[in-house]
Design a protein around this ligand. Structure first.
Ligand code: FAD
Length: 369
């Protein structure tokens, strides 16, 4: 078996898939099937965009939560892989099925921190409204609890609700939930003494790039694994902890199949066009404001409870914004922030279009009209 050197490149941002449609050989135009031969990626240290060629490209860029005002996801979970695959012509599906987690710690200006549902399940914690009154059934499923919270916040104009487990002792909390107890304490909240501020938050994308059991997408030589993919495993509403199963199993079957066919693979790559660099600097105020518009629009109109008029508004606003973003993206110097914004607006639109087209409430997609 021939040894392969694997080079890890960290800190780079993939921008777009390389999908040549045709090439010329000895003066004859040869048209290629929809096929991916690598990615263009930005190295922020050199500020250069390189074409990274690959016999097989695998997208594993994670979730989409950053397009919402509140999310448990890391800050680069803005659907980059989904946006890249969509632009390249791959099939994207079930984008309207966004799962929200009911309890994330709410501290203005800071990232939301996930508070486990076990605090309610095992610890008897209660979710309270602005008057510190219980208003929902604690042990209902995630989507039902999150929707009740969203409605309560909407109708009382509250920024957040409360989670109260102060009937448990400090010792009990330290033994059962040490990380949560300490993190809350660091932020100034002692769970054993007082209710803590919470909001529901976008948590998981059940949809994504359509793949088969080997992670193959509808484009040749392009696979997707993990949260960026839609395997069908989650149906319309993911069960807790199944994402790790999806990540591991699909990564394994995809790698196995690639390895089996590796030695018979064609090493030929068609000539690749160099990236045309643009150089205008982009005002960071535009990027900041556009993100705020995306997050607020998605939260209020395409969040936990969707209806026709909210979705119509969202589509109109997001399409206009996409036009603006695309026009300064074309001229702007590529940075990770600009690339992320271009992907974020497309991801937001894909979710909204999915939610608009699908009029039936199912799982975590809930429409009242
Ligand atoms: C707070 C929290 C708790 C969770 N708890 C559980 C749990 O208990 N059990 C469970 O099963 N699941 C849980 N999940 C879900 C699960 O963790 C995720 O679905 C899973 O980690 C996704 O893995 P992934 O490899 O697909 O993506 P990630 O782990 O998100 O990795 C994506 C990677 O792609 C990189 N990337 C993104 N865009 C680009 C780009 N353009 N160019 C280059 N790199 C890029 C990112 O930097 C990141 O390194 C939890 C999620 C969160 C947020």
């Amino acid at each position: 078996m021939r040894k392969k050197n694997i080079e890890l490149k960290t800190g780079i941002t993939a921008i777009d898939l390389i999908t040549p449609s045709h090439h010329s050989k000895q003066g004859i135009d040869i048209y290629l099937p929809s096929c991916c031969v690598g990615v263009y990626a930005l190295d922020p240290k050199t500020k250069k965009i390189d074409a990274i060629l690959a016999k097989e490209t695998i997208l594993a860029t994670g979730g989409v939560g950053e397009v919402y005002l509140h999310t448990t996801n890391p800050s680069d979970a803005r659907g980059d892989g989904i946006a890249m695959a969509y632009r390249a012509g791959a099939r994207i599906m079930n984008m309207e099925y966004i799962q929200f987690h009911p309890t994330a710690l709410y501290v203005p200006g800071e990232k939301r921190f996930l508070i486990s549902e076990a605090l309610r399940g095992a610890g008897g914690a209660r979710i309270l409204n602005g008057n510190f009154q219980p208003f929902l059934s604690e042990l209902a499923p995630r989507d039902v609890v999150s929707r009740a919270m969203f409605n309560e916040m909407l109708h009382s104009s509250a920024d957040h609700l409360w989670l109260d487990i102060s009937h448990q002792s400090k010792q009990w909390l330290m033994e059962r939930f040490p990380a949560i107890y300490r993190t809350c304490l660091d932020k100034g909240f002692d769970l054993s003494q007082e209710p803590i501020p919470i909001v529901p938050a976008a948590h998981y994308n059940c949809g994504g790039i359509a793949v088969d059991l080997k992670g193959r997408t509808t484009l040749q030589r392009l696979r997707a694994i993990g949260e960026v993919s839609c395997t069908g495993l989650h149906g319309a509403n993911r069960l807790a902890s199944t994402s790790l199963l999806e990540g591991l199993v699909w990564a394994h079957t995809a790698a196995e199949e690639i390895w089996e066919g590796w030695k018979d693979r064609d090493d030929y790559f068609p000539p690749i066009e160099e990236w045309q660099m643009s150089s205008e600097s982009v005002d960071p105020a535009l990027i900041r404001q556009d993100w705020m518009t995306i997050k607020q629009t998605m939260w209020n109109y395409v969040g936990l409870i969707r209806d026709q008029s909210r979705l119509r508004r969202a589509l109109k606003m997001l399409r206009e914004l996409q036009w603006e973003i695309d026009s300064f993206y074309e001229k702007g110097e590529p940075t990770a922030e600009l690339i992320g914004l271009r992907n974020g607006i497309l991801t937001a639109l894909l979710i909204t279009q999915g939610a608009w087209r699908n009029r039936s409430s199912l799982g975590c997609h809930y429409r009242i009209s």
